[in-house]
Design a protein around this ligand. Sequence first.
Ligand code: MG
Length: 220
Amino acid sequence: MTIDKPVFFFDCDNCLYHKNAGILQLMRQRIVDYIKNMGIPDKEAHTLRAQYFKDYGLALRGLLKHYDIDALEYDRQVDGGLPLDDILKPDTQLKEMLASLTTTRKWVFTNAYYPHAERCLKLLGIDDQFEGMTFADYRVPDFDCKPEIASYKRAMEEAGVSDPKMCYLVDDSAANVDVAKSLGWTSVHVCYEVPSNHGDYQIKSIHDLPTVLPQLWKSS
Ligand SMILES: [Mg+2]
C-alpha cells in the first residue's frame, strides 16, 4: 500500500493543552505520591521521578525497570485519578486549526496510556480530528516510549507511513523533537519559557503551529 500523504504526529500532554493548565504539576505530584506509597521517602521520591523522566522519557518506564510494579494499576492511580474534567475545556481555536490542516493526515503520538489521551482529546473537543493514536502500551512488558527510536518506528508503522520525510511531530519535550529530527522527521518544539534550538521550528503555543509551517495550511 502506498500512502502519499504526510502524517502529522501530535504529542498530547502539555502540547495540545498549555503546560500552565496545571495538569503537569498534578501529574508530577501523583507520581511522587505513588512512589511514596511504594515505601520511598518524600525527598527520594521527588528525585526518582525527575531522574526517571530524564533517563527514560517517562517516570513509569524507570519504575518498571527498577521495581516490580503493575503498570496498569499505576495508570489507574496516577493518570486515571486526574481531575481533567475540571481543567480541560473545549478549545475551538485548536479545533479549527486542526480541521483546516488538510494537507496531512493527523495522528496522536503520546507517552500516556490511551485512556488518558482519549480523555484529554474529548475534553478539548478535538477527538474527531485524528485518524489514530500511537500510545505507550502499558499492557506490554518493557513497552517503548518517546524518545526511544523504537517508538517512532512503531508510530510510523501504526500510522502506515514508511518515509521519515513524510513525518511531522509537534511535542513539548526537547528530547522527543531531537530524536524526531535525527530520524529525518520535520519537528516542532513547543517551548513555553526559554528560547529553544531544538527541532526544526519552535513555537510558544500549539495555536502557533501554522505560523511555522504555513505551506501545510494552504490547500492546493
Ligand atoms: Mg508532552
